[in-house]
Design a protein around this ligand. Structure first.
Ligand SMILES: *Cc1c(COP(=O)(O)O)cnc(C)c1O
Length: 411
C-alpha cells in the first residue's frame, strides 16, 4: 500500500527463496496460474491469505501469453494481450486487486493513487482501477508526448480516474508525484500512495513472465537470454529475481532507446542521470530509471552485474528500420518497443551463437499505429480493445506547474 518506505528508499525483499526444482523441471505440466502462485506466495504471505492470492492470480493471468518463434535463435514473448494492450496490464491488475482487498479489510480509509506516466502505465492503471470503490486515481501524463490511443485510454474513463495533462516531460510528471507525496498540505488531505513500478505490487507479478517464457520455449538445450526493452527497469529487475528463484537464465539483455544511462554506465562505470529524450518508443523515455538501484542492490558489485547483463541502445531510425525488417523478413508486426528488444536480441546472438534469445513483446503494434504504419508503409487493423476507446471524449485537466497541480488538488 505504501509506494516508498518511510526513509524515502525502495522496498526490497530481504530473502529470495528458490522454487522447488520439480516446478522448473515439470514446468510444461503446470498451469500459468499455478506457476504464478508458486512464484508469488513467498513474497505476499501472510498479508494475502492463500485463497485471496489464488483469486487475484486467476483474475490477472487470464490474459493470454504466447511465444512466437522468429528464427532459429530468436523468439518473442507476447505480453500485450490485456485490456490496454501493454504488458503493464499484468502489474496494474495485480496491484489493483491487492489494494482492493487491503482496502476492503480496513474500515473507511480512502486511498488516492498518484501516477506519473509516459503513456502505458497510466493506461493500464486507469483500466485496472476503474470503478474500484475507495480508491481514487490521479494520473499525470506529459502533454503531447503520449500517443493518441494512450491519451484516450488515460483520459476517457472518468469516475474515480482523474487525468492531469502536464505541460512538461515524463520526468517533470515523476518529480511532481514525488513532491506531492512529501507535501504536508496534501498529505493532510489525502491518503496517498503511488503505482509506478517502484511499487512492489507492480513488479512482483512480472517475475512470472519469465517462467512462462521458459515454459513456452520448446528448445531448452541452448543457453537462454532474455532481451528486455527497458525504461524504468521494473521488468528487467523482475527477470533477475526469477533467476534467483532458480530459473536457468544465462544472460539479460538491457535494450534501450536513446535514453541509455544504464548502457553508458555498464560501458564506462559512470552513472549519469539525464533529462529524458523524446523517442518513438516513449514508454522507455526515462532519464534516471527508478528501479536500477534495485538491480544494483541485487548484484552488489558492478562486475557481478556485468557478468549477467549485456547492454545496448538504439536510435529511432534503427527502430523504424527494424519494424520494417521484422515485417518484411519475418512476417512479424512489432511495435517500436518490441523492435528495440529484437535489436538487442539480434546483436547479442550474433556473437553468442549458442544462445536462444527471447525478447519481450511489451506493447501491441496498434498502440503505436502511426509509427508502425509509417514504418511498413501500410495500414493495419485495430483490435477491438483499441477501437473501443476511439470515440470516447478526452477529459483532462491541463496543468503547468507544481503549484497549479497542488491548488487543483486542494480545491
Ligand atoms: C513500460 C514499458 C517498457 C519499459 O518497462 P520498464 O519496466 O519500465 O523497464 C517497455 N515497453 C513498453 C511498451 C512499456 O509500456
Amino acid at each position: 500500500m505504501k509506494g516508498i518506505a518511510n526513509n524515502g528508499g525502495l522496498f526490497f525483499p530481504n530473502k529470495i527463496n528458490k522454487l522447488e526444482n520439480r516446478i522448473i523441471t515439470n514446468i510444461n505440466d503446470i498451469s500459468n496460474e499455478k506457476i504464478a502462485y508458486e512464484c508469488l506466495k513467498q513474497f505476499v504471505r501472510p498479508d494475502l491469505p492463500d485463497d485471496i492470492l489464488k483469486e487475484i492470480i486467476e483474475g490477472v493471468y487470464k490474459i493470454p501469453i504466447s511465444l512466437v518463434t522468429l528464427s532459429n535463435s530468436i523468439s518473442v514473448l507476447e505480453l500485450f494481450n490485456g485490456p490496454t494492450m501493454a504488458f503493464k496490464d499484468f502489474g496494474a491488475a495485480f496491484m489493483a486487486r491487492c489494494m482492493q482487498y487491503f482496502i476492503s479489510i480496513e474500515d473507511d480509509k480512502e486511498l488516492t493513487i498518484l501516477v506519473a506516466t509516459s503513456g502505458d502505465t497510466g493506461a493500464a492503471v486507469a483500466n485496472a482501477f476503474h470503478k474500484i470503490k475507495g480508491i481514487n486515481i490521479i494520473i499525470l501524463y506529459p502533454s503531447k508526448k503520449v500517443s493518441f490511443i494512450q491519451e484516450k485510454q488515460i483520459s476517457t474513463l472518468n469516475e474515480n480516474i482523474t487525468a492531469i495533462e502536464y505541460d512538461g516531460t515524463f520526468d517533470d510528471c515523476q518529480s511532481t508525484v514525488k513532491k506531492a507525496l512529501l507535501d504536508k498540505d496534501l498529505c493532510k488531505k489525502f491518503n496517498f500512495t503511488t503505482s509506478n513500478s517502484i511499487n512492489i505490487g507492480r513488479w512482483l507479478p512480472q517475475i512470472v513472465y519469465y517462467f512462462i517464457g521458459y515454459k513456452l520455449l520448446n528448445k531448452r538445450s541452448n543457453n537462454l537470454a532474455f532481451s528486455v526493452p527497458s525504461g524504468n527497469y521494473g521488468n528487467l529487475f523482475a527477470g533477475m529475481i526469477s533467476k534467483r528463484m532458480g530459473l536457468p537464465i544465462d544472460k539479460f539483455i538491457s535494450s534501450n532507446n536513446s535514453n541509455n544511462v544504464v548502457d553508458v554506465y555498464m560501458k564506462t562505470k559512470k552513472y549519469i542521470p539525464k533529462a529524458s529524450i523524446e523517442t518513438i518508443s516513449n514508454a522507455m523515455d526515462v532519464g534516471d530509471p527508478s528501479n536500477f538501484i534495485r538491480i544494483q542492490e541485487l548484484y552488489k558489485t558492478y562486475s557481478n552485474l556485468k557478468d549477467d547483463m549485456y547492454t545496448c541502445s538504439y536510435s529511432d531510425e534503427e527502430t523504424v528500420n527494424t519494424i520494417l525488417e521484422l515485417y518484411r523478413d519475418y512476417n512479424y508486426l512489432s511495435d517500436p518497443h518490441g523492435a528495440v528488444g529484437f535489436l538487442g536480441a539480434k546483436e547479442f546472438v550474433k556473437s553468442n551463437d549458442n544462445f536462444n534469445c527471447i525478447f519481450l513483446g511489451t506493447a501491441h503494434p496498434s498502440k503505436f499505429i502511426d509509427i508502425v504504419e509509417n514504418s511498413i508503409n501500410k495500414k493495419i487493423e485495430l483490435p477491438s480493445q483499441i477501437k473501443e476507446y476511439l470515440n470516447k471524449t478526452k477529459k483532462s485537466v491541463f496543468v503547468k506547474s507544481y503549484k497549479e497541480f497542488k491548488s487543483f488538488l486542494l480545491d
